[in-house]
Structures are given as C-alpha cells and as structure tokens.
Design a protein around this ligand. Structure first.
Ligand code: C5P
Length: 483
C-alpha cells in the first residue's frame, strides 16, 4: 500500500484539510480518513473550502440564509491609523470561514475606504445610522444581533468612552448598545491616551460589563519617536481570539489514549449457511466507540455482524466468530483501555459442516458444542500487555448485581457494566439501557466492591457517562506507565 505524506500535498489542499479538520475538530489525518470513507460511500462534501462570496450590493441588507458559513461577525472599524490592519483582519477571518459584515465610523473612513472594505468582505459596508436603505428595517438592530460576535478593531479611546457610557448617536455606538452578543475590543491609541485616567475608568467599566479585550500591545507608535502600550494587536492575533470565542476548543480528556472496544453478537457457523447467533444489536458498543472518539481517543472497534454504520473516525474491524474477534483484539494491543461490550457466544459447533447439512431419515444431526475462548478473561489475565483499565459487561436476566460481582472476580477485570436484559426491559436491540457500574474500591485486588446504579438513559447517554468515568479514572495512567 502506498503511504501519503500530508506535508507534501499542494498548499491549497493542505489549507482545505486544515480548515475542514478544524471545523470538524479532528486531526488532519483523521479528516483524510473520513474524506476517503465519504468518497467511497459517495457522500463527500464539495471540495471547495469557502462558500462562494455573495456579490457586493447596494440593496438593503440581505437576509441570512441556511447556506452561509457557520460563524459570523459584525466588525466595527473605528477611526485610527490601525484601521489599515482591519483590512488584513477581514481576510484572516474569511480564511477561517467566518462571515464578516463591516461597519465604518465616520472617522474610520478617513483611514480606509468603504470600497476597499466591501471588496475584501464581499458584503456591502454600513456607515450611517440614518441610511434609508438599511434602516427601513432597523438595520442597526440586525447588525447588532444577526451575528455571533461583535469585534471592534481598532477600538479607539472615543469609541470605548461612548460604549462605557451607553451613547448611541452613530451607527457603531448604536449597534454596541443594542447588541445581545459578546463583544471583543482591540484597542488602539497613543500610550498617553491609553494610560489616561478617563480611559482607565472606561476600560474597567467595560470589563465589568463583560466586554472582552485583546491587546493593546506595546511598541512603536505611528507618531514619530513615540512608543509604549497602545498598538493594536496584529490581525492574526485578533482573528485567533475571535475564533477561540466562536469555536471554543472541545475538551478531549482521552487524547493520546488508545481504546479497544468489542461490540455486537458473534455468529458461530454450523455449516456454510447456518450459524448460532444472539439478539445483540451492537448499539451500546458502537455508542461507546463514538463517545470515546469524541473524547479524543484513538478507537479500535472489533465488531461482530451488526446492522450499523461504522462510527466516524473509528477504526472498525469486522468479524464473524468469537475466535476471529479474539484474534483481532489481540492484534490491536497494546491499549490503554479495553471495553468488552460484545455478546460473545459461549459455545461454538465443534463439528462445523463443510457442506450444508442435509435432512435424512437418520433424524437430526447431533450438534456438538465446545466452549469459545473468553476474550475478556483472556485479556484481563494477561501478564504482558494487559490494558491498565479492563471493563466487561454483564448482561443478566436474574440476580443482576450478584452475578455481576462474581463475574468481576472470575474474569479478572476492573469494572463491570451490568445490565438487565430480560425481554421485558427491551434492552436487547432497544435504544435505552439501565446500568450499574460495579468496580473494586480504589482498584484493590480483594477490596470492597462498589455499585453505582445509573438511571434509565439512552445508550448514547450511557456511553457518554461511561467515557466520563473512564476519563476521570485514567487521567495520568497510560499503557507505558502500566508496563
Ligand atoms: O460470561 P458472560 O458472557 O456473561 O460475560 C460477559 C462479558 O464477557 C462481556 O463483557 C463479554 O463481552 C465478555 N465475553 C467475552 N468472551 C466470551 C464471553 C463473554 O469477551 N467468550
């Protein structure tokens, strides 16, 4: 098989991959895997990283439609020399798939033109509170609310003073007073203005009001020979801060951990067309795989025959029989966490027919059964390569807790997730589950056993809860430190 080095791809493709993986919160490698999977299934996203820019228009503000990028910002450009950096900021925001609608104060128009801003943002630019074209439908209110964030760059001393005191005598200040969105200010002014008592008071007031600030940085001023704190942050810094506010990083408590999961039933062949099976749907194991993947783990799912699609970003090994499942589980080691959710057949047919068994006058052919390997016990009792956390499932129809407790000891695992699978519960094949998490207190070999009973939940919720417990337990432990 050929291998692919992402570093060596064309810049355009790399940019697309970076954007798509950031948006989907996956690594670039995972994203490539998903794209290839989508291609094979014929449901790939179009290979254009950006939505086509809407044509610049002088008509009233367009209504937002479902086809727009996923985040949008109203950018207020104040009147200062740093306004030239806002042109770069627009470009950097758009690179991050953030739609930008710009408002220019009267003073800002002395430094940058509405035409330049419009050309870069691919949107009409707003300058006037009493513009009949946009105000016929309260445009300032829509600019204040039809966005995910308001960014003010440069935020001048005057604009900040107006904001701190609730003025609304021009379009920019009216938007800032009317908004119910978060506001990020990138102040830019002369160091003396920044340090002036009035500005200090205004900054304190704005921070109390929940307004966020980036910068100012210290450095040379536009005025010859002047330096100090007051330079507007660079466009790239403001764009990164904007992105952090719009798309806060999701916690990935299992990042760097390798999780091995079994799921589904096994099929034990009787002859080439018949097999012994059970009613397991695989839904619980698949939900755990998806939850572990979302928590940042590298997940290997070994699944028996099920009617479910492979969870995104998870490496799935499809098997039929218990022996094949054991083989794949062993091949997937080492792992930090192993979760055995499969309903593995306890027995298989010893004398599997090479040809389809025929009815005969001699009556029913005898089926001799032999015991299957116990995958959970085999892995839990390994001396070498035993995953630091081994979790089994106990599907019982009676004496649930007692049976699960003795299974914990017999199989040598660390936790058992016990669930009642009597037909009346509808758990087998259903979407909900009631489970009890049984574990040894503080991991003690022969210590006290604790039983944590969870309320009835969907299988997805059970999976998320289990992954949260795992994350709490394994933080700091790894397969390297365990061996
Ligand atoms: O022995 P019993 O089937 O009740 O135990 C259930 C647990 O053991 C589950 O975690 C199941 O995945 C695992 N198991 C296994 N291999 C078997 C039988 C059960 O891994 N052959």
């Amino acid at each position: 098989m050929a291998s692919l080095t992402i570093r060596k791809l064309d810049e355009g493709i790399k940019t697309y991959l970076r954007l798509r993986s950031a948006r989907n919160r996956r690594s670039v490698e995972e994203e490539v895997r998903v794209i290839l999977g989508e291609l094979i299934e014929g449901r790939e996203e179009p290979l254009t990283p950006f939505a086509a820019p809407p044509a610049a228009s002088s008509t009233p503000m367009p209504q937002r439609s479902g086809a727009l990028p996923e985040a949008s910002v109203t950018l207020i450009i104040g009147g200062g020399i740093a306004a030239y950096k806002s042109l770069d900021l627009i470009r950097r925001l758009k690179e991050r798939r953030i739609e930008v609608r710009c408002v220019l104060t009267k003073a800002a128009q002395q430094f940058v033109t509405p035409l330049a801003v419009s050309a870069l943002s691919h949107e009409r630019v707003y300058t006037d509170l009493f513009d009949p074209q946009s105000e016929f439908d309260a445009g300032h209110i829509r600019l204040a609310r039809e966005c995910d964030l308001i960014v003010v760059a440069p935020a001048t001393a005057d604009l900040m003073a107006k904001m701190a005191n609730g003025h609304a005598d021009d379009l920019a200040s009216a938007i800032l007073l009317a908004t119910n969105r978060k506001v990020l200010l990138a102040p830019a002014m002369n160091p003396l203005m920044w340090n002036n008592a009035a500005t200090r008071r205004n900054v304190t007031q704005l921070q109390r009001d929940g307004v966020m600030l980036i910068g100012p940085n210290s450095g040379e001023m536009a005025e010859a020979g002047e330096a100090g704190v007051g330079r507007m942050s660079e466009a790239i810094e403001i764009a990164a801060a904007t992105e952090r506010l719009l798309r806060p990083p999701v916690p990935r408590p299992l990042a760097g951990k390798r999780v091995l999961i079994t799921a589904g039933p096994t099929h034990e062949p009787i002859d080439p067309v018949r097999y012994i099976a059970n009613r397991s749907s695989g839904k619980q194991g698949f939900a755990i795989a998806a939850a572990a993947q979302a928590a940042g783990a590298e997940v290997i799912l070994v699944s028996g025959p099920v009617d479910l699609s492979d969870p995104q970003g998870v490496m799935v090994k499809h098997v039929e029989s218990a022996r094949q499942m054991l083989e794949q589980v062993q091949a997937a080691l080492p792992a930090d966490i192993a979760i055995f959710a499969a309903a593995v057949a306890d027995w298989r047919v010893a004398n599997e027919g090479e040809q389809k068994l025929k009815k005969s006058s001699a009556g029913m052919p005898p089926l001799q059964l032999v015991e299957n390997p116990d995958i959970l016990a085999t892995i839990a009792k390994l001396t070498d390569q035993r995953p630091p956390l081994v979790i089994g499932f106990a599907a019982e129809t009676e004496h649930l807790i007692d049976n699960a407790k003795s299974k914990l000891a017999r199989k040598g695992c660390d936790w058992i997730v016990a669930n009642d699978v009597s037909p009346a519960t509808g758990v087998m094949g259903g979407d909900r589950n009631t489970v009890h998490l049984i574990s040894r207190k503080n991991g003690a070999e022969n210590g006290e056993i604790t039983v944590d009973s969870w309320p009835v939940m969907t299988k997805e919720q059970v999976a998320i809860e289990l992954v949260a417990h795992i994350a709490k337990s394994v933080t700091g432990k790894s397969r390297e430190s365990a061996s």
